[in-house]
Design a protein around this ligand. Structure first.
Ligand code: SF4
Ligand code: SF4
Length: 461
């Protein structure tokens, strides 16, 4: 096979300048499925900031105030270990998913592809027409029609970018704060207003100029394809065994007798590709698995009364062996592992302790005696309420025998999503604690329900 395509990028010419990609308007079965998936995901994305669970947003990633809400549950810096675990599991899951299903995520779920292909590209087709009309318009001299089309396209691009910017900001600062920024004069929220415009401008540049370069040159996931895929990975692939020897279609020819393959070299799969590659050269890191080439090639095969699937979801192994894609042991095992990892992630997110408490002996203090002669240690506590309920908390000494005595009130009133701190005594029933370190277990109860426990040490003599 001709390998020279590996020496250059499809979107860069010999002088190193960018080659603008004009992909042909896609249509077909897979495009329709993708449109449905995109509509569902976009609806979720844009409605997300307005959805509340027990008064909390569905998702809030407020890195500025270090407040995170996932599925209505509040997460604090104390939950960082969950975040780390989710990150590690997530990276492993992405690796396994890619190894089995290739770059399915890029073509069907990634916001970059969905916005580019299903929103911005649609606007472009609507205003400027299909690829050949876009090419002609760009070559044409400036005149009223070209100015009107270009200005209206870019104004619409910026409006959509502005809406996306507001939506993403709503996931960071919350819909209430965003509404306040939008509804009050910009002078009262200079930084908020500036952030919205900055985000909007960044999105506008990404979708009007950078486009496929994000997937082919910027996104680290795309760059990792070489190590994440193997010959069993399911990818969008051209069946070279069936397609070669490719040659142009001639009426009434007997292709089989002339040892010609089913590929009629119509170039439609290249014309429709949003990253400008020729999938017939084999799997390439630029391929985002958008399936546009599958649709267009199926259309050509249909016209020639040949079976579809010359370009299809399959693996290099199956093409090489002429076998049909089927669920093998590896796919099943990795899919089960993926499912288990997903369940672990959701389990961690959903079944955390309701409160997070730390109790540490007050620095510089030693063994003390109370007025009644019992022995005590002084501690400092910090408690975070991670729920949407108001708590009335009590500390109960569970090991060894004794009591916990709060300094101040006998209970702690802790409203939803808040934290508090204070001091307490652990008072032992023992006559004399003659050991240096005595393990202590303190149960934390909310109206009789045990919501957390803390283990610490009591300093004896
Ligand atoms: S669309 Fe199909 S038939 Fe046409 S060049 Fe591509 S692979 Fe060959
Ligand atoms: S090769 Fe096909 S699936 Fe890959 S990006 Fe191009 S059109 Fe999409």
């Amino acid at each position: 096979m001709e390998e020279s395509f590996r020496d250059s990028l499809a979107t860069v010419d010999d002088d190193g300048n960018r080659k603008w990609v004009y992909p042909k308007k896609p249509s077909g079965k897979f495009h329709n499925y993708r449109a449905i998936v995109s509509i569902i995901l976009l609806t979720l994305l844009f409605s997300g900031p307005f959805i509340k669970i027990n008064g909390n947003p569905l998702l809030l990633l407020n890195v500025i105030e270090r407040k995170f809400v996932i599925f209505g549950s509040i997460f604090y810096p104390q939950d960082f270990y969950i975040f780390m675990f989710v990150m590690v599991v997530g990276i492993v899951a992405i690796g396994i998913f890619t190894l089995v299903f290739g770059r399915l995520f890029c073509g069907w779920i990634c916001p970059q592809t969905i916005f580019m292909e299903m929103v911005f590209r649609k606007i472009e087709y609507w205003i400027e027409g299909d690829w050949n009309k876009q090419k002609a318009l760009n070559k044409a001299d400036w005149g009223p029609s070209k100015i009107f089309k270009k200005v209206s396209k870019h104004v619409l691009f910026f409006v959509v970018s502005f809406i996306i910017s507001n939506t993403f900001l709503a996931y960071i600062i919350g819909i209430e704060e965003l509404t306040e920024i939008i509804t009050t004069p910009p002078s009262e929220h200079v930084w908020g207003f500036f952030s919205i415009l900055l985000f909007a401008f960044a999105f506008y540049i990404v979708f009007s100029r950078l486009r496929e370069q994000i997937c082919t040159s910027v996104c680290p996931y795309g760059r990792l394809q070489g190590v994440l895929l193997d010959e069993h990975s399911i990818v969008v692939a051209y069946d070279y065994k069936r397609g070669e020897n490719r040659s142009k279609f001639k009426k009434n020819e007997d292709r089989a007798a002339e040892s010609k393959g089913d590929c009629v070299d119509c170039h439609q799969c290249v014309n429709v590709c949003p990253t400008g590659i020729d999938i017939r050269n084999g799997t390439q890191l630029e391929c985002v698995h958008c399936t546009a080439c599958m649709d267009v090639c199926d259309g050509i095969m249909d016209k020639l009364s040949l079976p579809g699937g010359l370009i299809r979801h399959t693996s290099e192994y199956h093409i090489k062996n002429g076998s049909k894609l089927s669920l093998n042991k590896r796919t099943i095992a990795f899919s089960i592992l993926l499912l288990v990892l997903t369940v672990i992630i959701f389990g961690l997110l959903l079944f955390r302790n309701k409160v997070e408490a730390t109790v540490l002996r007050t620095p510089g203090t030693l063994l003390q005696t109370q007025a009644d002669g019992r022995w005590s240690n002084l501690y400092n506590y910090n408690i975070v309420n991670k729920t949407n309920e108001d708590f009335v908390l009590e500390f109960v000494l569970e090991e060894p025998k004794g009591v916990v005595q709060l300094i101040g009130d006998s209970t702690i009133q802790l409203t939803k999503g808040n934290k508090t701190s204070g001091s307490l005594f652990v008072i032992l029933d023992e006559t004399y604690p003659n050991r240096r370190q005595i393990p202590v277990v303190i149960g934390i109860f909310n109206k009789g329900e045990r919501v957390d426990e803390v283990q610490t040490n009591f300093l004896g003599e």
